[in-house]
Design a protein around this ligand. Structure first.
Ligand SMILES: Nc1nc2c(ncn2[C@@H]2O[C@H](COP(=O)(O)OP(=O)(O)OP(=O)(O)O)[C@@H](O)[C@H]2O)c(=O)[nH]1
Ligand SMILES: [Mg+2]
Length: 243
């Protein structure tokens, strides 16, 4: 992959041959059968190593993924997004991944942005990149969801002591050594806050990168609720006390 190390990287899709062999894209998926086929089709057109972690889906997600993904791992029961990500990261490291990208299965992320996330890592500028919809764009975000995400940013600033613009974005990239420092113990959505702690403690450089997050009728039907956001904060605080 040719890398533009300037600060003004334009999203592009690149052909297979241009992608470094060590890039693995990890896709956690829970009951995403209606969306995941198209997502994987687009990803595989550019990235040869796509790992789906089917998180105990009951709707045929695994069957769709088996047709389109490079690897399909399966949790026999639903364990949560954090657990699915850790399974995928561990697997990618075992396969020799040099760079790992996490990518949602519900069609909210754009394949073009994978290269944008990888670019600062490939340049040696940092080891972790975190996608930010507020540095980039979020098409069709409901006002309440925007407010909840802003509160999440404030929570991260107060509790983790890290200043981000978007603290709950599942679109991220890691170098191999960064991925080796990740050990998510909070299985569900609170892993996002736990991950920020682990990034900070690793001492490795990180950077937020603008990405686009799409809100579609499908993703809005399935996505996180306000009550869920409160549960995530409580789960994280409880985890900090108990783990
Ligand atoms: N909700 C949920 N998602 C899971 C789970 N396990 C894996 N996932 C996957 O994690 C990704 C993100 O889940 P979402 O619920 O869309 O979370 P989100 O994108 O942060 O929230 P929204 O912006 O509201 O859509 C999707 O690809 C899901 O299929 C799980 O147990 N629950
Ligand atoms: Mg989503």
């Amino acid at each position: 992959m040719s890398v533009d190390c300037s600060n003004n990287i334009q999203p592009t899709t690149r052909p297979h041959a241009d992608v470094p062999a060590g890039v693995f894209v990890v896709v956690p998926a829970y009951n995403e059968a209606p969306a995941i086929g198209a997502v994987l089709h687009e990803l595989r057109a550019v990235y040869p190593n796509v790992v789906v972690v089917d998180d105990g889906s009951t709707d045929g997600t695994a069957e769709v993924a088996r047709i389109a993904a490079t690897y399909v791992l399966r949790h026999p029961i639903n364990c949560g997004q954090g657990a699915a990500l850790q399974t995928g990261i561990d697997f990618a490291l075992l396969q020799g991944a040099e760079f790992i990208v996490t990518f949602d299965a519900d069609g909210q992320h754009r394949v073009e942005d994978v290269a944008v996330l990888l670019s600062p890592i490939l340049c040696g500028e940092c080891d972790f990149t975190l996608g930010s919809r507020f540095l980039g764009t979020c098409v069709g975000i409901p006002p309440l969801r925007r407010k909840m995400l802003r509160l999440g940013v404030l929570f991260t600033r107060l509790v983790n002591g890290v200043n981000l613009t978007d603290a709950h974005n599942g679109f991220r990239a890691f170098s191999r050594r960064a991925a080796q420092r990740i050990n998510l113990r909070l299985d569900r959505m609170a892993h996002a806050t736990e991950l920020i702690d682990q990034i900070r403690l690793s001492g490795l450089p990180f950077k937020e990168v603008p990405v686009q997050i799409r809100y579609t009728p499908y993703s809005l039907r399935k996505g996180q609720s306000t009550r869920g956001a409160i549960r995530i904060a409580l789960h994280y605080l409880l985890g900090r006390v108990l783990l």
